[in-house]
Design a protein around this ligand. Sequence first.
Ligand SMILES: CC(C)(COP(=O)(O)OP(=O)(O)OC[C@H]1O[C@@H](n2cnc3c(N)ncnc32)[C@H](O)[C@@H]1OP(=O)(O)O)[C@@H](O)C(=O)NCCC(=O)NCCS
Length: 180
Amino acid sequence: MAELGRVTWPPGPIATDRLLLRLPEARDRAAFVELYTSPDVGTYTGGARPREAVERALPDAPRGRPGHFVIDLDGAMVGIVQLERRDVDYEVSQAAGRVDLGYLLLPQAWRRGYATEACGAVLNWFAGALPGEAVVLTTQAANVPSMRLAARLGFVEVERFEAYGAEQWFGTWTPAATTS
Ligand SMILES: CC(C)(COP(=O)(O)OP(=O)(O)OC[C@H]1O[C@@H](n2cnc3c(N)ncnc32)[C@H](O)[C@@H]1OP(=O)(O)O)[C@@H](O)C(=O)NCCC(=O)NCCS
């Protein structure tokens, strides 16, 4: 099994009150295509990708990657949440070599608290697996739902900077800040 730093990942499915965080399966493929081609999802994440290119690039059975979870609601994928250790030459110098949180939910699953629930559970797992290690997050400052989510989760602003033609917000989370 692949590793995230020193711990084996994934640890197996994580159940929350309403969700199951699990590895991707073949039946999630259509939801992955929808996620990557949705103009709404792509508004602050570089834009929607062309459907044809996404269809070509996605394997029949989307593969799990270390730190990547499908967010499952009642048996259907509604998004992904991921922890990923950044390369040391990552463009945000403060994020280099650190574990970064990412989240993408399908629009029909917005505004119900699912992102907070999923990210909170993953951060809670992380706090137990790698005690004391911080998690970082970069999001466009104009992405209000993402900024509000970061605040709810306990991320604290470190700096703002310009990249990709927009103001970016960079923050960190430490285990004591966990919401769950
Ligand atoms: C960023 C993103 C995940 C935030 O989603 P979200 O739906 O706003 O966040 P949550 O799922 O935690 O839902 C919280 C909202 O649901 C509301 N809500 C409704 N019912 C709720 C319930 N039962 N429990 C908790 N919150 C509830 C909350 O009040 C909150 O709204 P508010 O922010 O206006 O106060 C989503 O907008 C998204 O996927 N965007 C596209 C991808 C993206 O930009 N990712 C960022 C990459 S850095």
